[in-house]
Ligand binder design. Structure first.
Ligand SMILES: C[S@@+](CC[C@H](N)C(=O)[O-])C[C@H]1O[C@@H](n2cnc3c(N)ncnc32)[C@H](O)[C@@H]1O
Length: 233
């Protein structure tokens, strides 16, 4: 049973990624020219994807991976190129359409099943790896903890995810944003989280089940800042 804060945020994100920002997101995740700010974001996201992929085996033949909040499917495609059978799930149907088109242009030994749905409710009950790249960054800390804990009961090997790291600037922006009357913000806010607190929370919640928060890496590229975390058995 998901918390109301999760469901409310998911609705906002569905509208945003499926409608408001669908075209911009499609452009950002392509190789089409984008402005200078977005170039830094694209570079940072490419580096983040490489970091997460570095934490996965080079040969994933016979293994399964859930790409949670897969967007236009870049990580799903990379995992399938390594031989993994992938389920890519996203609430934004328009982005799933793009993911299907892009994957159809690539020959990959692994299969990809792109689905429109919720990253928890519609996710497979059992896979080897779960990766949630930049799809939890808009959720409150308790919701992130709940998703990651739930994922440890579904993954056999590892759960990798990213969060927005708390910095004085991001923390202040988030605090001020909460004080202001709600405006028609185009982008749902990002929730900065303190990495150590998050990792401790994960250890407390799933440590008894043999999982531990094992590694983190921060990617900082112009207007993109994100923290990768790996939870392992
Ligand atoms: C910042 S984008 C990242 C997309 C992709 N992981 C990538 O790195 O290119 C976040 C994605 O998470 C999806 N998302 C957010 N909450 C979700 C949920 N509860 N279930 C499924 N998808 C979700 C959004 O629709 C969006 O496509």
């Amino acid at each position: 049973m998901m918390r109301p804060s999760y469901l409310q945020r998911r609705d906002q994100l569905t509208t945003y990624f499926d409608q408001t920002a669908a075209k911009a997101w499609q452009a950002l995740t392509s190789t089409d020219p984008v402005n200078r700010i977005r170039r830094t974001v694209r570079a940072g996201r490419n580096e983040m994807r490489r970091t997460l992929l570095d934490w996965l085996p080079d040969d994933m033949s016979g293994q399964t991976l859930l790409d949670a909040g897969c967007g236009t499917g870049a990580l799903s495609i990379e995992a399938a190129l390594r031989g993994a059978d992938v389920v890519g799930i996203d609430v934004a149907a328009n982005l799933i359409d793009v993911a299907r088109e892009r994957s159809a242009e690539v020959y990959a030994p692994g299969n990809i099943d792109f689905r429109v749905g919720d990253m928890l409710e519609d996710a497979p009950a059992e896979v080897d790896y779960i990766v949630a790249m930049d799809s939890l960054i808009h959720y409150e800390a308790d919701d992130v903890l709940k998703v990651v804990s739930e994922y440890t009961s579904r993954a056999r090997q590892a759960v990798l995810f990213t969060s927005a790291p708390w910095t004085p600037l991001l923390g202040a922006m988030h605090f001020v944003g909460r004080l202001l009357p709600r405006q028609d913000h185009r982008a749902p806010s990002i929730v900065p989280l303190k990495t150590r607190q998050l990792m401790n929370g994960i250890d407390e919640s799933v440590g008894d089940n043999g999982w531990h928060a094992a590694r983190t890496a921060r990617i900082n590229s112009g207007f993109y800042i994100s923290q990768a975390s790996g939870v392992l058995r």
